[in-house]
Ligand binder design. Sequence first.
Ligand code: ZN
Length: 271
Amino acid sequence: MLRQIAEGVLVHVSEFIESNAVVVQGGSGVLLVDAGVTGTEMAAIANELSESGQTVVAGFSTHPHWDHLLWLPELGAAPRYGTELCAASVREQKSDPDWRAREAEELPPEIADDVPLDLLGDVVGLPADTSQIPWGGARVRIIEHQAHAPGHAALLIEDGRVLVAGDMLSDVLIPMLDLAGADPIGDYLAGLDRLEGVAGAVDAVVPGHGSVGDADDLRTRIERDRAYVRALRDGTGPDDPRIGPLARAGWEWVTDVHEGQLQGLARRTAH
Ligand SMILES: [Zn+2]
């Protein structure tokens, strides 16, 4: 079910790790950001839109990870955008003839049968200097940075004062670094700085996974994520409610992600 969070901005929350799909209403149709995860849920979004007479005129993927790259024929054939680097990363993933089998293997078993891979990542890369999504609706500013994944973009829906953060600023997931990137820690801190730079223009933040927050939550989340990343950098062991004994029920696996990051960073320094 789509829930309105600001004028002209609606969110659908997936049962899969609280993934958020975002609908932005425009004059001639809607922009759909990170369309969803399961076929069942995306079909429900398509249905809800068509029942209210709205068509999808553009899509956008915030970054090149599978759960942000999916699409369903029922959503229509509108162009789907991402940053140039996002599109390049997807092209590289799909240049492996075994990409589909590999992707299928990595899917969480509980939803694997209901994740449609056919249209995964058919993303048009927007040139690096593109400042807004070219879709004919409200101004949606692209805020690109290299935290979490190559060519990651947050979106600022200017009139609605909504920041669509992609896989950043979650209340349930810790900052997940792009350990294959050139400077995982530095890039993450720079990404947080970029998001902080627009905080004054935001009343609601939508993370890729987790709860929608208000302006105060946005500031709190930026500080908490910065503290987490700095603790990784300084080897001081983060004191973070999203991991360890304070982790929310059902989200204990985030602590494993944290441990994996520590090991990944240690391996990088060893080499
Ligand atoms: Zn991601």
